[in-house]
Design a protein around this ligand. Structure first.
Ligand code: MG
Length: 390
């Protein structure tokens, strides 16, 4: 078998809202389609990938370096030993040829976009949902019927006051979510505390997480930690710059409640340094590495091996992203739970249409691959790559 073509496109996906660090009005998302010569139902199997949420399309790196390497390779070197499917690790090694170690950043997003499409194709060729394919080939546990989910929201937006914030949170609870996350650090502390009070009228404190998106310097992180400590929140996320492990460790010494971080660490090695130097506590803190932004599933499996070598349970992994990839790896690789973006970061945010979300859990799609074909707004977008009929 062989890959016959790889198509890509970049679309504007901007939205009028902000976290503590940036607004999303100019956001773009990259999409790729990996076309194979394997036929299912009279058509070639096509795997799809996208470039994750919260970072821009890096398809230029795909086009300039990674796709040419894959298309130039001997097809036999990209397939499994049986010759009946792609081997995603072999494709990953191929696209990363001639790349120096380190210097992750945007390259990690590009590689993850292609990696997602390769895994989607491999699971489709196997005739399995991706979570089942992962569990059978790389997981260590059986697949659950549903997995814990929390909703990322509570953004800042022009003209958005406390009533609108409360309406949003009520909507999430009505949708079946239990744990809710809201942004902090985009307003002065006294204003953020009013926002928190408003949400705590609706959500118990141990079901409310807060996210500073790396905004705080040392003094502000300590000030917020002191203000948040009495509230008993679910977790305090990303207080300082993602690579400032010293600040993270200082917050961990100062703040007794659970902490969460990792969505802006883009490789296994960055994650390893977080565990070495970030002061995180394996019995209570959360690791949020985002598979779609950090070299994809191949690297995520290496990251899981690394955290377990450091004594951490994979149940402490709650991948950022709020999309289908995070859902599948959570179920298939036995992670603790997943984020959800049911209304933001469209069309990639959220899951397959009609999935049941209840009591803080989300069900799993029964569609081969990631199930893009069952998420209508995403599938309509993917059709623009020109690899689907109609
Ligand atoms: Mg975050």
């Amino acid at each position: 078998m062989r890959i016959t073509d790889i198509k890509d496109m970049t679309l504007s996906t901007g939205e009028k809202r902000s976290n503590a660090m940036m607004d999303f009005s100019d956001m773009t998302t990259g999409f790729v389609a990996v076309v194979t010569d394997v036929m299912r139902d009279g058509r070639p199997v096509v795997g799809y990938g996208f470039s994750g949420t919260g970072r821009y399309s890096q398809n230029a790196i795909c086009r300039d370096r990674m796709i040419p390497r894959i298309m130039a390779a001997d097809p036999d070197t990209l397939q499994n030993d049986a010759g009946d499917n792609l081997d995603p690790f072999r494709v990953w090694d191929c696209m990363m040829q001639k790349e120096k170690p380190g210097g992750h950043g945007d390259r990690a997003v590009a590689a993850a976009t292609l990696d997602m499409a390769v895994w989607d194709a491999a699971a489709k060729i196997a005739g399995q949902p991706l979570y089942r394919y992962l569990a059978d080939n790389y997981g260590k546990s059986s697949v659950p019927d549903r997995v814990p989910v929390y909703v990322g929201g509570g953004y800042y937006a022009p003209g958005r006051g406390l009533p609108e914030l409360q309406d949003e949170i009520r909507g999430h609870l009505d949708d079946g979510f239990v744990v809710v996350k809201m942004k902090i650090g985009g307003a002065p502390l006294d204003e953020d505390l009013k926002r928190l009070d408003a949400v705590l009228e609706i959500v118990p404190s141990d079901n409310l997480a807060v996210d500073a998106n790396g905004r705080f310097d040392h003094a502000a992180a300590m000030q917020y930690a002191d203000a948040l400590a009495p509230l008993g929140l679910r977790w305090f996320e990303e207080p300082g710059f993602p690579l400032d492990f010293d600040l993270q460790a200082e917050v961990a010494r100062h703040y007794d409640g659970p902490l969460a971080t990792g969505e802006n660490l883009l490789s296994m090695w960055d994650a390893k340094n977080l565990l070495r130097y970030g002061g995180l506590r394996l019995e209570k803190d959360y690791l949020q590495f985002d598979c779609a932004l950090s070299y994809g599933i191949c690297e995520y499996i290496r990251t899981i091996d690394m955290i377990e070598d450091h004594g951490w349970s994979r149940q402490r992994l709650y991948p950022h992203g709020g999309h289908l990839l995070s859902l599948h790896i959570t179920a298939g690789l036995g992670l603790g739970g997943t984020e959800a973006y049911p209304r933001t970061h469209q069309p990639v945010g959220g899951f397959t249409d009609g999935l049941t979300i209840a009591d803080g859990y989300v069900g799993l799609p029964d569609i081969p691959g990631l199930g893009f074909e069952g998420k209508s707004n995403l599938y309509e977008t993917l059709k623009r790559l020109g690899t689907e009929p109609g």
